[in-house]
Design a protein around this ligand. Structure first.
Ligand SMILES: Cc1ncc(COP(=O)(O)O)c(C=O)c1O
Length: 373
């Protein structure tokens, strides 16, 4: 049985009429920049996230950089983030003009390790940038405690965790701002690039609204030089339709994750993801760990089971960060995890049978092909 990694085509086909209608409305008004679809989406997203404000921006990378830039960081100001994430998280710190400081992760959860973070705080630290990786919560309560103790700002990277909760509250609402990505494959994905910054802070919202639109709130007055980092009207229209289904689709993802637990729980060689207590994950990815990951990946691919790597190289070992001088062995946990992670198919509409098929192939791999281990 073929099991796709993510089947966006089928997902969109389920709501095709609504999407077509929303797109036609924008093209009918020719409201491609700003316009009613964007205003409506921003209002609906703020309501969904339970925040005072939501500002659509061109990407999560841009959103993170803007949220950090709003803090007025100096070149030697430091921002701490996890070394096990997608590169945009780290890029945003340099884009905001500050110094990037990597922290290692917790082996059980794959998330940033608060003890590491605490040990990295210096007189120059201004902010912490936790990532709710894979749609699971980072230990946001410990991070907030550290931030409070040292007077630091927390900006959350919620690119992969739209709709997830911790202790009943949406992730992205614990820090001063939360930044979402609408990259097409995300739980809430557009038909292209997009992102949003959610916040209860009026000033931060005002800054992002202005910066993303050439430093202006009014047409002819530019209070400072900003950039063109707006969310398109067409993207907002598509996202507005999909937002209505996000909680339902996330619930389905939780069901799929439950099926994986049932299927894979007894495979000793496989490490399963462990959400932190008190969290309600949204399973953007279902990431397992295996010591001989590359051979397992090949085995799955040969049997038409879609899989991915998030992420195979710890950021400290990327050529882009060679200048930091943190070579092999600098982040022992993250480097080990990067060599072992494998993302299994995750789609809200995977069936019990498809998850069972993935389980069968994995069991075959460990029992028949590698029976002695
Ligand atoms: C954890 C994380 N942060 C940030 C981003 C950046 O998002 P975007 O592609 O919208 O800039 C991504 C998306 O790849 C991500 O996965």
């Amino acid at each position: 049985m073929k099991v796709p990694f993510l089947d966006l085509k089928s997902l969109h086909a389920r709501i095709q009429e609504e999407l077509d209608h929303a797109i036609r409305e924008v093209t009918g008004h020719t409201a491609f920049i700003g316009g009613p679809a964007l205003a409506r989406f921003e209002r609906d997203l703020a309501e969904f996230m339970e925040t005072a404000h939501a500002k659509g921006v061109s990407s999560c990378t841009a959103g993170l950089a803007m949220a950090l830039r709003s803090l007025g960081l100096a070149p030697d100001d430091e921002v701490i983030t996890t070394v096990h994430t997608a590169i945009p998280t780290a890029e945003s710190i340099r884009l905001a003009g500050a110094k990037l400081v990597f922290a290692d992760i917790d082996e059980a959860t794959y998330q940033i390790d608060p003890e590491q973070v605490a040990s990295l705080v210096t007189r120059k630290t201004r902010a912490i940038l936790p990532v709710h990786l894979y749609g699971l919560a980072a230990p946001i309560d410990s991070i907030l405690e550290i931030a409070e103790r040292h007077g630091l700002t927390v900006i959350e990277d919620v690119a992969q965790a739209q709709g997830a909760r911790f202790q009943g509250r949406r992730l992205g609402t614990f820090g001063k701002a939360g930044c979402l990505s609408f990259f097409p494959s995300k739980n809430l994905g557009g038909f292209g690039d997009g992102g949003a910054v959610v916040t209860d802070d009026d000033e931060l919202h005002r800054f992002v609204s202005m910066y993303s639109n050439h430093g202006r709130l009014e047409k002819f007055t530019h209070e400072f030089e900003g950039a063109n980092e707006r969310l398109d009207g067409l993207q907002a229209a598509v996202l507005g339709v999909k937002l209505r289904y996000l909680d339902e689709w996330n619930e389905r993802r939780r069901q799929v994750a439950g099926w994986y637990e049932e299927e894979l729980g007894s495979i000793e060689e496989l490490g399963l993801p462990r959400p932190i207590e008190g969290s309600e994950p949204v399973w953007h990815l279902y990431v397992v760990r295996a010591p001989d990951r590359d051979s397992l990946q090949r085995y799955l691919q040969e049997r038409h089971i879609g899989c991915g790597l998030h992420y195979p190289i710890s950021l400290n070992l990327q050529p882009a960060y060679a200048h930091l001088g943190q070579g092999e062995g600098s982040f022992k946990v993250a480097e080990k995890v990067a060599s072992e992670v494998l993302s299994l198919p995750m789609d809200p509409f995977l069936t019990r049978e498809q998850v069972g098929a993935v389980g069968d192939v994995l069991r075959d791999y460990f029992r028949i092909e590698h029976g002695a281990r």
